[in-house]
Design a protein around this ligand. Structure first.
Ligand code: ADP
Ligand code: MG
Length: 402
């Protein structure tokens, strides 16, 4: 039995329970990006749920889908309606997806009651009700009334004890959908039984965002690679001039203690030896690669340098497991994307099981075009970080044990 943080991770999936002919409520994460006119600009999250929905339909289940979208803050905010998502899902499934403009109450109940085997309905935005995020028991019970079985396929919100994720499991048998199952398997492996050499790559803007995960990874990895904005705090902590780089002054002691901790544990902690500096935070800034002991006092480091890129690529080459969260530089600007690109290519080329999480990291992987070479792209940024920190995710804990 796999135990993470004392929690049984041997969770029931849709295959462990009778769903044939049943009414099944599936919590999905359809929190998709919308443009100013309300068009869906990326339907990855909708596509990601197709295997679960198609499986249930193949078992003649009647499928009731529930999701949140945006931050309507507990009131009906028409710009956050899930109606366009129902339409897009219908196109992707190649069958009608009904929509009901409520998620609880008489209308939703009538719709769920009349729903036949093989039919799909999407409920309106859960977060139009403040009770959802408060994990209100009555609200959870009302949702539960709509179905006989609950499937959680919304990994991205499983670090939150919300009514549609946690509360509802008190009223219905609760199992994992296929997307959830995949997340638990890949991230679970990294937490409880990692293959070695295990290399973690942590980057992104700030140390403070990822301090929990860095601390936890140091106890597990063979190599920890640090890049991105947060590397500047480590560079400053070693006593180098960092100019106008993003540095968290209040995290310098912490960075020094992490460097010490890595030494004590025999973890190879890789920090930049050179960086790409710019005279301003702009795509057309003057820029150059310098050694970390040569950062001009009025410039800022926006990417790892070419020597560092080579060293990082070499460090992942023979890994058996790679976990990556956070870009190596300001990859949104092409001039500062080279470090991230080099690392992405090295991760893609390695034979290792590779797990990438974080919204910007996934965008970077897609920009480089190597997403097919990554074993698992985690759908939940915050949730995957908390999972890797070894925290108990309430939404996963609430799924029935095998
Ligand atoms: P993720 O979404 O993958 O978890 P983060 O949100 O933590 O990643 O960090 C991504 C952001 O960090 C990007 O917007 C990127 O521009 C920024 N970033 C990376 N390197 C630097 C740097 N050297 N200075 C400033 N910002 C940086
Ligand atoms: Mg981000």
């Amino acid at each position: 039995m796999a135990l993470f943080g004392g929690v049984n991770m041997n969770k029931k999936t849709m295959r462990d329970i009778e769903v044939t002919g049943k009414k099944v409520l599936v919590r999905v994460d359809y929190n998709v990006p919308l443009d100013k006119s309300g068009n869906i600009t990326d339907d990855t999250r909708i596509r990601a749920t197709l295997p679960t929905i198609e499986y249930l339909l193949s078992k003649n289940a009647a499928v009731v889908l529930a999701s949140h979208l945006g931050r309507p803050k507990g009131t009906v905010a028409p710009q956050y309606t899930l109606l366009p998502v129902a339409k897009r899902l219908g196109e992707l499934l190649g069958k009608e997806v009904q929509f009901v403009d409520e998620c609880v109450g008489p209308k939703a109940e009538a719709k769920a009651a009349e729903l036949k085997s093989g039919q799909v309905v999407l409920l309106e935005n859960l977060r139009f009700h403040a009770e959802e995020e408060k994990n209100n028991a009555d609200f959870a019970a009302k949702l539960a009334k709509l179905a006989e079985v609950f499937v959680n396929d919304a990994f991205g919100v499983s670090h939150r004890a919300h009514a549609s994720v946690e509360g509802i499991t008190k009223y219905l048998p609760a199992v994992a959908g296929f997307l959830m199952e995949k997340e638990i398997n890949f991230l679970g492996q990294a937490v409880s039984s990692p293959s070695h050499p295990y290399v973690a790559i942590i980057g992104g803007a700030k140390v403070s965002d990822k301090i929990g995960v860095i601390g936890n990874l140091l106890a597990k990895v063979d190599t920890l690679i640090i890049g991105g904005g947060m590397a500047n705090t480590f560079i400053a902590a070693q006593g180098y001039v960092t100019g106008k780089s993003l540095v968290e002054e209040d995290k310098l002691d912490l960075a020094r203690s992490l460097i010490e901790d890595a030494k004590k544990r025999g973890v190879s902690l890789l920090l930049p030896t050179d960086v790409v500096v710019a005279d301003q935070f702009a795509a057309d800034a003057a820029s150059k690669a310098v050694s970390i002991n040569n950062i001009p006092g009025d410039w800022m480091a926006l990417d790892i340098g070419p020597d560092t890129s080579k060293a990082y690529a070499a460090a992942v080459k023979d890994a058996k497991l790679i976990v990556w969260n956070g870009p190596m530089g300001v990859f949104e600007m092409d001039v500062f994307a080279k470090g991230t690109e080099a690392v992405a290519k090295a991760v893609a080329a390695s034979e290792a099981v590779s797990v990438v999480g974080g919204g910007d990291s996934i965008a970077a992987i897609e920009k480089v075009g190597v997403q097919k070479e990554i074993s698992h792209i985690s759908t939940g940024g915050g949730a995957s970080l908390e999972f890797l920190e070894g925290k108990v995710l309430p939404g996963i804990a609430a799924i029935n044990d095998k």
